[in-house]
Design a protein around this ligand. Structure first.
Ligand code: FMN
Ligand code: 173
Length: 363
């Protein structure tokens, strides 16, 4: 497999078509889904020459978590739909690569078991973060937080773009509504009753709940899904430790901008006080370089990990991460940049609008 595109095609070939559509799909007309990748394609890279350099160091520390590369595994639900080993395979591959994995609250494996698998992938521990939808039942939300803490998770990623579930027409067309028998969201098991609760996406969640969470845990808090620069400012005032700039891979509100289009404004709004991580449409090492040049501290990948998992379990996820790492390394070398801190906004510029005539060429 030469690149992530080939993984995408190979994954579709092995997956149940309804599951392939569940992974691939976006909300509504899928405008935002397409926009994420298109926006990367509209950015050009501008290299510097004759600057020397050597081996690239791709390591980053994010909120105290040390990673070997600036590429995180964004949280995605239901890894056992892609491969029988599910999140365990993903966690082992992430740990072996030194990548931070964000375990989804909607995982088909408990966060404790995911953490144990991450330890087998890297004995001295690989960083695991936990993604949370704040549940209106705060007692249950606190149970989830304690489980993530006890598993050794190093940060909580609170998804705030889901006051309601996104409308995925592919799923409705395919009649995909529930997990097959034998699979469930293990993190949603309620110790008070022994039952698995449904995930509630509630429009009643507010900044008050973020304050409550801030008081409830000492883990770093990352808000996932802030898109408006004013909300980035509000997040700072509520003591949030990081932002994951995301439109949920085009699966929530259709019609919102591509994340990389919003990146400069969000980076400006946080004034360097907290790291901004970006996800959505990252498919190449050049995409990673573009996002980092525009001020992202790191990027996340969602679907590509599911493609790797579907194609070849732990090995497939490992190959997806290795392709991205190798491409990023090569891109930095060709850009004449000696390391991640050398990437600057000057390395990126917009492509001319379609049909534009270059200056001096008009007649
Ligand atoms: C199949 C699927 C399931 C997802 N599940 C979750 C989830 O449980 N929690 C969450 O915060 N985001 C979820 N996301 C969004 C991802 O975290 C991420 O924002 C998105 O996939 C990034 O875009 P990319 O797939 O283009 O890399 C999901 C995305 C996909 C494709
Ligand atoms: O499909 C999704 O995008 C998603 O975020 C999700 C959340 C909870 C359960 C299943 C999927």
């Amino acid at each position: 497999m030469l690149n992530l595109r080939e993984f995408e095609a190979a994954a579709r070939a092995v997956l149940d078509p309804a599951h392939a559509d569940y992974f691939a799909g976006g909300a509504g007309d899928e405008l935002t889904l397409r926009a994420n990748e298109e926006a990367f394609a509209r950015l050009r890279l501008l290299p510097r020459v004759l600057r020397g350099g050597g081996k690239q160091d791709l390591a980053v520390t994010l909120l105290g978590s040390r990673a070997a590369l600036p590429i995180l595994i964004s949280p995605t639900a239901f890894h056992k739909l892609a491969h029988p080993e599910g999140e365990l395979a993903t966690a082992r591959a992430a740990a072996a690569a030194g990548a931070i994995m964000i375990a989804s609250m909607a995982a088909t494996t408990s966060v404790g078991d995911i953490a144990a698998a991450a330890r087998t992938g890297a004995p001295d521990g690989a960083p695991l973060w936990f993604q949370l939808y704040i549940q209106p039942d705060l007692e249950f939300t606190e149970i989830l937080v304690r489980r993530a803490e006890e598993a050794g998770c190093e940060a909580l990623v609170v998804t705030v773009d889901s006051p309601a579930r996104g409308a995925h027409e592919r799923d409705r067309r395919n009649g995909f509504t529930d997990l097959p028998d034998g699979l469930c969201c293990e993190n949603l098991r309620d110790p008070r009753t022994g039952r698995v609760l449904p995930i509630v996406m509630s429009p009643e969640i507010t900044w008050w709940h973020v304050d409550w969470l801030r008081r409830t845990t000492s883990l770093p808090l990352v808000l996932k899904g802030v898109l408006h620069p004013e909300d980035a400012g509000i997040a700072l005032r509520h003591g949030v430790d990081g932002l994951l700039l995301s439109n949920h891979g085009g699966r929530q509100l259709d019609g919102v901008p591509a994340t990389v289009e919003l990146l400069p404004e969000i980076v400006a709004a946080v004034e360097g006080r907290i790291p901004v991580i970006l996800d959505g449409g990252v498919r190449r090492g050049t995409d990673v370089a573009k996002a980092l040049a525009l001020g992202a501290a790191a990027v996340g990948v969602g679907r590509p990990v599911l493609w790797g998992l579907a194609v070849d379990g732990e090995r497939g996820v490992g190959q997806v991460l290795e392709l991205l790492r190798e491409e990023l390394d090569h891109t930095l070398t060709l850009l004449g940049v000696g390391g991640l801190p050398g990437l600057t906004p000057g390395h990126v510029r917009p492509a001319p609008a379609a049909g534009a005539v270059p200056p001096g060429a008009e007649r």
